[in-house]
Design a protein around this ligand. Structure first.
Ligand code: PLP
Length: 431
């Protein structure tokens, strides 16, 4: 009897069609690298087609699957919602999953964030955040305030506005310099607090205040721009300088939100409320795409006072009920457990397991924060060799540039964590 889950196509046939027709993230066409074919996933394991090999997932599917795969509570939420409606337009209509989700997000996010725009991806939520900020000032009669300030080393997504605030040098969007809106960049934030760097931030915000709509940063952890950590004290510096000079503050918590750094949102490390906050990735526990842009009453009020008193943004799949229902279930799952202890346990496992990497030749730095473990090399990694080394250890990792890192699901057990860290070390050694 054929396994009903195995498609009619053989793995080589799938791969050939994939190479010819399917564009992969940051990939050429036709494809040059052979991806692994995943047949199913459960708990923290990905099962590969053909061989049935299982890999422990050290990536949480780009940091989103915090509860692991095929989770009974999330499956149930999806099935239950599917039985009612998977989608309905959001213009002129509303529904319980979206309302419940917005309420949960407001309740759990830093005090003062009250309004929620449901977007369809992290990048789109950043577009919406930028639009909110520009429109806020335009509505208040200050249309000249339309640039953004950020620090180098950041990453905010792949659509147009987010690309303009990604690191303009050495990052993946360098190609578009001169085409993208020219934003204001500070140096990358140092790991520890330095008064001279705080002064640089203050000085830039003051100097450009008349043209700045907002400062946008990833708080505490810069993710895809280099997996760098910095002192939360800089967030307070930004808050004070933004307040002093009529500039809005946007925190992109798409990577850091929902407990990843050890607090529910990274903003909490500094007890700072931004004017606008983006969340995504783990919002639906990695089940489907959804993100959200939250803002304060002040931002919304500014917009509503304008000549065009509405936020002119409305994606077709805005507020998708299926995604919203799963997001509610994912948040309930997170809040219903002692997630801080779980993230701390993962942090301890990563610290212990990655410590030996510091002794490896070619390793520049090893750093851990919450459920994030990073090994930085002193050279560009051989991605294929590093991936092979991890797979040989039974682990899925996706190294990039000079980095081998892991952001495992919070439910990863200690034995699996040890295998993940061993695989990170192997990838760092061989990559
Ligand atoms: C901080 C941050 N912002 C924005 C994004 C873009 O999100 P998405 O890939 O869902 O568009 C990412 C994705 O990695 C991210 O890490």
């Amino acid at each position: 009897m054929p396994d009903p889950h195995v498609s009619d196509l053989s793995v080589p046939e799938l791969l050939e069609l994939d190479r010819r027709h399917v564009w992969h993230p940051y990939g050429p066409m036709p494809g040059r690298q052979e991806p692994l074919v995943v047949e199913s996933a459960s708990g923290v394991r990905l099962r590969l087609a053909g061989t049935g090999t299982e890999l422990i997932d050290g990536m949480s599917s780009w940091w989103s699957a915090i509860h692991g795969y095929n989770h009974p509570a999330l499956n149930e939420a999806a099935r239950d919602q599917l039985g009612r409606m998977s989608h309905v337009m959001f213009g002129g209509l509303t529904h319980e999953p979206a309302v419940r989700l917005a309420k949960r997000l407001v309740d759990m996010s830093p005090e003062g964030l009250e309004h929620v725009f449901l977007a369809d991806s992290g990048s789109v939520s950043v577009e919406v955040a930028v639009k909110m900020c520009l429109q806020h000032w335009r509505s208040l009669g200050r249309p000249g305030k339309q640039r953004l300030l950020t620090w180098r080393g950041g990453y905010h997504g792949d659509t147009w506005q987010p690309m303009s605030v990604c690191d303009p040098e050495g990052g993946m969007h360098e190609l578009w310099q001169g085409v993208l809106q020219r934003q204001v960049f500070a140096d990358p934030p140092p790991v520890a607090y330095e008064e001279s760097y705080a002064d640089q931030l203050r000085e830039l915000i003051e100097r450009h205040a008349d043209e700045l709509a907002a400062v946008i940063v990833e708080p505490v952890v810069q993710g895809a721009g280099g997996m760098r950590f910095h002192s939360p004290a800089y967030l307070r510096v930004l808050r004070e300088a933004c307040d002093a000079h009529d500039v809005l503050l946007v925190f992109d918590e798409i990577a850091t939100g929902f407990g990843r750094t050890g607090s529910m949102f990274a903003a909490e490390h500094a007890a700072v409320t931004p004017d606008v906050m983006c969340v995504g990735k783990a919002l639906t526990g990695g089940y489907m795409t959804m993100a959200a842009t939250l803002c304060t009453a002040q931002v919304a009020d500014g917009i509503s006072r304008g000549e065009v008193p509405v936020l002119a943004h409305g994606p077709t799949f805005m507020g998708n009920p299926l995604a919203a229902a799963v997001a509610c279930a994912s948040i309930d799952l997170l809040l219903g457990q002692d997630w801080q202890t779980e993230v701390k346990r993962v942090e301890t496992g990563l610290r212990e397991g990655l410590a030996p990497a510091a002794e490896l030749p070619g390793v520049r730095d090893v750093r851990v924060l919450g459920a994030i473990g990073v090994v930085q090399l002193d050279h560009e990694i051989d991605m294929a060799a590093a991936t092979r080394a991890a797979v040989r250890e039974g682990v899925w990792l996706r190294p990039f540039r000079d980095l081998v890192y892991t952001m495992p699901p919070y439910v990863t057990g200690d034995a699996d964590l040890a295998r993940i860290t061993a695989a990170v070390c192997a990838a760092a050694r061989e990559g």
